[in-house]
Structures are given as structure tokens and as C-alpha cells.
Design a protein around this ligand. Structure first.
Ligand code: 4NP
Length: 157
């Protein structure tokens, strides 16, 4: 069997958006019978929340959609650029930080881009819902991730 294609979801803290993107990707690859072809992980640009579980609102949003999630936050490393085929940021700042890191790595093999570039509804930026008090921002993030991950898988599987 050929090696799995590897996708890394990245946001600033790895406690809200990128865990949701990872959970959604994992969930739909399983649903579509594609788990043997894809590996997904997530990571942070910043180191504020290393070792922590996702924000409780992110966990609740996933739970409401039947998605279980057990990963803990970690920071992006140089090795990630050599390991992953696709590295997706959630906003332009993530992309700028990721490209800055990739430029320092002559062995970078990853394609870096916005996850939202795959959104058929054209909502390219997945905004940070961390400072929103309600669940709406998290639900919106989930819906954006679902649309984009579904379209990405249709194009690459
Ligand atoms: P995320 O959200 O990047 O979607 O995980 C954030 C969570 C925490 C912080 C920033 C963004 N923070 O500054 O603590």
C-alpha cells in the first residue's frame, strides 16, 4: 500500500480552529472510507497553549457533530515541513508565519495554503472564535472547515 498523504491544520493557538479542522478531516475521511489514505494532525504557530486540550467550546462543537477529539496542543516544528504534504493555515497571518518558517527549510516538501481556499462558498478566512462569548463563532468555524475539507478531499482522493 502506498504511503498515506499527510495534512497538518495550523492556527495561532491550536485550541480552537485547527483542532476543529483536524477533527472534521478525521471524521469525514472515516465516513468516506478514506482513512487508509490520509493522516491528519494539527499544530499552533504560537506556544501559549502547548500540552492543553482544545477550548471547551471547540470540544462541545465537535461533540455536537459526533466528533470525538483527544489530541493536545503542540507547536509547529521545522520537521513538519519535511513530513506533511499539505499544511493549511486558517488566516493570512498563519500563512505568513508558516511561509516564513518554510523559507528557512531547504527540505520543505509541504504545499502551504489557506484551508478556506477550498470553500465552495468562497469564505477564505476562518476567523479566530476564541474571544467570542457564544457558540456561534465555533459553529461557523466548524461549518467552514466541513465545506473546505469536503471539497479538498473530493479534489485529492
Ligand atoms: P486558535 O484560537 O488560534 O483558533 O486556537 C486562539 C486561541 C487562543 C489564543 C489565540 C487564538 N490566545 O491568544 O490565547
Amino acid at each position: 500500500m502506498s504511503e498515506k498523504k499527510k495534512v497538518l491544520m495550523v492556527c495561532l493557538g491550536n485550541i480552537c480552529r485547527s483542532p476543529i479542522a483536524e477533527g472534521v478531516f478525521q471524521h469525514i475521511t472515516k465516513e468516506k472510507g478514506l482513512s487508509s489514505q490520509w493522516m491528519v494532525d494539527s499544530a499552533a504557530v504560537a506556544g501559549y497553549h502547548i500540552g492543553k486540550s482544545p477550548d471547551h467550546r471547540a470540544l462541545l462543537t465537535m461533540k455536537n457533530q459526533g466528533i470525538s477529539y483527544n489530541n493536545k496542543a503542540r507547536q509547529v516544528s521545522q520537521k513538519d515541513f519535511e513530513t506533511f504534504d499539505f499544511i493549511f493555515g486558517m488566516d493570512e497571518e498563519n500563512i505568513s508565519d508558516l511561509k516564513g518558517m518554510a523559507n528557512q527549510n531547504p527540505n520543505c516538501k509541504a504545499t502551504i495554503g489557506l484551508l478556506g481556499d477550498y470553500d465552495p462558498e468562497g469564505e477564505r478566512i476562518i476567523r479566530d472564535p476564541y474571544y467570542d462569548s457564544g457558540a456561534e463563532g465555533f459553529k461557523k468555524c466548524y461549518q467552514q472547515c466541513l465545506r473546505s475539507c469536503t471539497a479538498f478531499l473530493e479534489q485529492h482522493s
